[in-house]
Design a protein around this ligand. Structure first.
Ligand SMILES: [Zn+2]
Length: 87
């Protein structure tokens, strides 16, 4: 998938409250098992790296991200928080 598209999707989901803005706890680096990526909506296949963890938002449910989507999400949520502070 196009990185700019993924970044855009993640940003929209963060702004719309569909993705958590708080940090993720107990993050584990693992391999995919066909779960849906919370960030981009695509499946994480066995040959891809996955980041699995929980956030306080959304009832501490377990989230699955592609390793790359996780990095983009982590970056975008920080940018979003910086934006809010400067208002
Ligand atoms: Zn993804």
């Amino acid at each position: 998938m196009d990185l700019d598209v993924v970044r855009y999707v993640i940003r929209r989901r963060l702004e719309g409250g569909l993705l958590p803005q708080g940090r993720m706890m107990k993050v584990k680096d693992t391999s995919g098992g066909g779960q849906m990526c919370d960030a981009c909506g695509a499946n994480i296949t066995e040959d891809q790296s996955a980041m699995v963890g929980a956030t306080l938002e959304g009832g501490r449910r377990t989230r699955h991200f592609h390793a790359l989507c996780f990095r983009i999400w982590d970056n975008e949520r920080h940018l979003l928080l910086l934006d809010r502070r400067s208002v």
